[in-house]
Design a protein around this ligand. Structure first.
Ligand code: P1T
Length: 382
């Protein structure tokens, strides 16, 4: 299935007619265990933490979408991140993008630092500048691109090459781009991580994570961790994501189109100081985004000219079609205030170092009619 085009894979990958009934949709195997003929003699399934047929179908689908051989699903995006970090041992060092999801920063600094793993958060704008951060203990590069919430674009091919030269792994959190817009494994990354909660599920009704890789040994180790630590998703959630993925390409086209229109609108708005969107010619990595991505994504951040935080909060309160909520990537538009919501777990000084101001507003642009979304922004910004 990996050689088929994206839309075909989105509809078919991982999904076979049910062998017992011919059901075209993979059934929800709502079972914790499987009956064995005699000890160790079974049909490949023993216990649902280890294997579940609905999860297997989804794992194969996700692997195919990322042009990878192996996929693994986890109970949340952070559970997937947790599994990747458990590949490391005390003393190992991670070099991570300085702008990234607040929860990722939190699990790195508040959980894994306790176990002796060290993290450096750096701008990855210039991959050659990373050389000075690398030590003999550097084991992993953690890349988010586009970044959350500042939409910086990182050169995956260049970072993967730096990682390889130093026998380190390059991990890309591909949540914002999705495999429809960007395939990090094709650019040299070793592991792709997703918050499946977002565009892959696509309907704001599931929390889930995933890891995809082409490395047999890394996959085996991660599969061991998935079973040994146990943060697996349930079969009903796997079914919902299998269903969501069938329209991923269609939804992403609509998200990208609407975000492009809204970014242009915001950029010319007299009350808006700065728009962060990789599709704008003024974005510092616009050329790289054009080369690395098939489209510029559905996320936009912006700041008003006013530096009074109350003005930003007022816009967020006034927006109607954009619901004020954490998360992103669902069909409905959301808005958020990173400093107090999704990125509150990053200390203010660190946020400011990365360029994340307290007045930043983040939009997850949905697939509604763009005229209505613009009218909503217009009434809220004034
Ligand atoms: O929420 P969860 O499924 O555990 O995924 C964590 C995660 C990982 N990576 C990125 C880039 C993310 O954006 C997230 C979750 N982000 C939000 C909830 C948010 O509103 O930004």
């Amino acid at each position: 299935m990996n050689h088929k085009k994206f839309a075909t894979k989105a509809v078919h990958a991982g999904v076979e007619p049910d062998p017992h009934t011919g059901a075209i949709m993979t059934p929800i195997y709502q079972t914790s265990t499987y009956v064995q003929e005699s000890p160790g003699k079974h049909k490949g399934y023993e216990y649902s933490r280890t294997h579940n047929p609905t999860r297997t179908a989804l794992q194969q689908s996700l692997a195919a979408l990322e042009n990878g051989k192996y996929g693994l699903c986890f109970a949340s995006g952070l559970a997937a991140t947790d599994a990747v970090l458990k590949l490391l041992k005390p003393g190992d060092e991670v070099i991570a993008t300085n702008d990234l999801y607040g929860g990722t920063y939190r699990i790195f600094t508040k959980v894994f630092e306790r176990f002796g793993i060290r993290f450096k958060f750096v701008s990855m704008d210039d991959p050659s500048s990373l050389e000075k951060e690398i030590t003999a203990n550097t084991k992993l590069f953690w890349v988010e691109t586009p970044t959350n919430p500042l939409l910086n674009v990182v050169n995956i091919k260049a970072i993967a090459a730096v990682a390889k030269a130093h026998q380190a792994w390059c991990v890309v959190d591909n949540t914002f781009a999705t495999p429809y817009l960007q395939n990090p494994l094709d650019l040299g990354a070793d592991l792709v991580v997703h918050s499946v909660t977002k565009y892959l599920a696509g309907h704001s009704d599931v929390v889930m994570g995933a890891i995809v890789t082409n490395h047999e040994a890394l996959h085996q180790e991660l599969r061991f961790l998935q079973n040994a630590c146990g943060a697996v998703p349930g079969p009903q959630d796997c079914f919902l994501v299998l269903r969501g993925i069938k329209t991923l390409h269609l939804r992403m086209k609509a998200h990208v189109e609407n975000a492009g229109i809204l970014a242009q609108y915001l950029q010319q708005h007299p009350k808006v100081a700065r728009v962060y969107y990789p599709g704008l010619a003024t974005h510092p990595q616009h050329a790289l985004a054009k080369e690395q991505m098939k489209g510029f994504g559905g996320m936009i951040s912006f700041c008003l000219k006013s530096d009074d935080i109350q003005d930003a909060l007022r816009v967020l309160e006034k927006l109607e079609l954009f619901s004020l909520a954490e998360s992103l990537g669902g069909v409905e538009s959301l808005c958020g205030h990173p400093a107090t919501m999704t990125h509150a777990s990053i200390p203010k000084a660190e946020r400011e170092k990365a360029g994340l101001s307290d007045t930043l507003i983040r939009l997850s642009v949905g697939i509604e009619d763009s005229d209505d979304l613009i009218a909503d922004l217009q009434q809220a910004i004034g």
